[in-house]
Design a binder for this molecule. Sequence first.
Ligand SMILES: [Zn+2]
Length: 207
Amino acid sequence: MESVKLSVSKDRWEWRGGRDKVFSVGSVKNFLRSNVDYSNNYVFKWSKWVPKKVSILVWRAQMGRIATLDALIKRNCFNGENRCVMCGDGSETADHLFCSCEVASEVWYRISRWVHIGPIYAFSLNDLLEVHEFSGLGPKAKDILKGIIMISWWCIWRARNERRFSDKHKSADSIVQDIKSLSYLWYSNRSNCRDVSWENWVSFLVM
Ligand SMILES: [Zn+2]
């Protein structure tokens, strides 16, 4: 108590979480975050022409927050077999479904042929999200490829759900056809470059 100095002035509350002693919601946020280390977090930038539902799926998958069989078992929400329904081989994790699954590998091979780049080899989800950076394409084509990769995740996940819940089989070729048509629909309606024709799109003549 020796260090406490009392004065005759009126009592008042003082916010000590910020430098200027002024309380605000922002200063509370900064205070709460001040001890958290974000340096290892992967920062995923969304694509402007890709619908939010697709970005959200990719974002959640990248964080391991989609309902794969492996994730459900870990959370005690499923106690069956966790074999991938797409290839019948391997545990159904997000990494398997989008990277190492036989069907996904076939999709990535076909996408690389379509956009005229070398074969896509991905060992992790983050590798897939950076394919466009190392594709050797120009800025505009790079932006399109980034969106195409995201839409591919969307179409693979949709094909997985159709297979799992409706027993509808979709080949890699059919998934790629969906990717081409959906990406064209969204790019020609949502981007700043809406004059691309379907013929140029399927040949990836987008410069
Ligand atoms: Zn598989």
